[in-house]
Ligand binder design. Structure first.
Ligand code: CTP
Length: 402
């Protein structure tokens, strides 16, 4: 494949040499386009030797070959690593005052950026906005990671390690269209069951894993309907603007069931990643409960919600594939597996994705680990990494099982 690696002016540029090497060793044709600032960190001879192609920063070299757009037009994939705060701002604004800028405007290939900067810059509202703009255009943002930074400070800002960028990028290339035309229904987030008009019973799901599953499917060519219960604010930005994802919302388990029921009829694959409440308050109060009325003690009667997944399995169309999720707190590996296998059978799903959770595990983190159990009760795969990486592993397993 024809891969452009853009390099911008951050110290992490030295790590990008390894990324280019991994891509070249993988048999890809790699063209490096550094910015002028980047070559103050790593010089052009290094990029030329490692990529085995001529390298320039300028739109004024090789003009006869219309190089300022030719590279971008030919690319199957563009990676910008490291992407500085300044360069993210330029990309968001569509500026094209150098070869990397023009190449990015000329390409229709997937674009991956690996930001690297100090924590204050990453958290600045301007950078947050620029990253949102890029995500809304379908740009894949990988990292930055949390850890020690060059100045000795610690926090989010480290560029993701080259081997992980490489795995993500080659994954994108490998799976580009393997779900083309497939209709997928994904649920995500946590339902909220009202106690009264201002209080609810909820759970800690951020929606990240389910939304990552939807994005991975859409990036691989699927048409995705995403039904979201409560999700954290930033989680839906990329999904909302993805051309192949329709987002709808549901608050309670009852609403989620209703949204899913119609849409499942036309879906080829359903993934129930939402954390659905098992119980709801039998009679939610129409007025806010007040302490002087409850008398020092409050008893809520909870009743079971309908099992949406079980209903889906009961109405499954021939050829339709149904994937369930299970969050478990069991820490003994053998007991966890036995429990998961029982759950897969009980639910009757084709694939059960099991994640081990705890107060500090699985929630509010970018990473996750999933064990995937197939219809013959075998562990098909164990996937660890970012929620997006895990989502891609889930789709690999779904396709293998299909
Ligand atoms: N699920 C559902 N409807 C519910 C509850 C759960 O569709 N009312 C789905 C979830 O979206 C998930 C799967 O069922 O895909 C497993 O959820 P989980 O809560 O682990 O299963 P339970 O049957 O509630 O099992 P447990 O006894 O462990 O709570």
């Amino acid at each position: 494949m024809y891969v452009i690696v853009g390099v911008t002016g951050g110290i992490a540029a030295y790590k990008t040499v390894q990324l280019v090497r991994l891509l070249v060793l993988g048999g890809h044709e790699v063209h490096v386009i550094p910015t002028d600032d980047a070559v103050r960190f790593v010089g052009i001879p290094t990029w030329e030797a490692i990529s085995r192609h001529p390298v320039t920063t300028s739109v004024h070299d090789d003009v006869a070959k219309v190089r300022h757009v030719a590279l971008g037009q030919a690319a199957d994939l563009v990676i910008v690593a490291p992407a500085t705060a300044n360069f993210l701002a330029k990309m968001a604004a569509g500026l094209a005052d150098d070869l990397l800028g023009t190449s990015l405007l000329a390409t229709t290939a997937p674009v991956v950026v690996a930001p690297a900067m100090h924590t204050e810059m990453w958290r600045h509202p301007a950078t947050i906005h620029n990253v949102e703009v890029l995500r809304s255009r379908g740009v894949h943002v990988i990292g930055p990671e949390d850890g020690p930074l060059t100045g000795g400070d610690i926090g989010p800002g480290r560029m993701t390690e080259p081997d992980r960028i490489h795995a993500f990028a080659t994954g994108l290339l490998a799976h580009r269209d393997d779900l083309a035309g497939v209709r997928v229904l994904v649920t995500a987030g946590g339902t909220r069951e009202p106690i009264d008009p201002v209080r609810y019973i909820g759970n800690r799901s951020s929606g990240r894993q389910g939304v990552a599953v939807a994005l991975a499917a859409a990036d691989r060519g699927a048409h995705v309907t995403l039904v979201v219960a409560h999700a954290e604010a930033d989680v839906l930005v990329s999904a909302r603007s993805h051309p192949r994802i329709d987002v709808t919302h549901a608050v309670t388990a009852f609403e989620l069931a209703a949204e899913v029921a119609d849409r499942a009829e036309t879906a080829d694959i359903v993934v129930m990643a939402a954390a659905v409440a098992d119980y709801r308050v039998a009679e939610a109060s129409e007025r806010k409960l007040a302490k002087d009325e409850t008398g020092g003690e409050l008893t809520l009667k909870l009743v079971e919600t309908d099992d949406i997944l079980a209903a889906l399995v009961g109405r499954r169309r021939p050829g339709q594939m149904i994937v369930g999720f299970a969050a478990e707190t069991e820490t003994d590996a053998a007991a966890l597996l036995a429990r998961a296998i029982r759950k897969r059978r009980r639910k009757g799903v084709d694939l059960l994705a099991v994640n081990e959770v705890g107060w500090q595990k699985g929630f509010e983190t970018p990473d996750n680990t999933l064990t995937l159990i197939g219809s013959d009760d075998e562990v098909i795969a164990t996937a660890g990494g970012t929620k997006r990486e895990v989502a891609d592993a889930l789709w690999d397993a779904v396709l293998a099982q299909r």
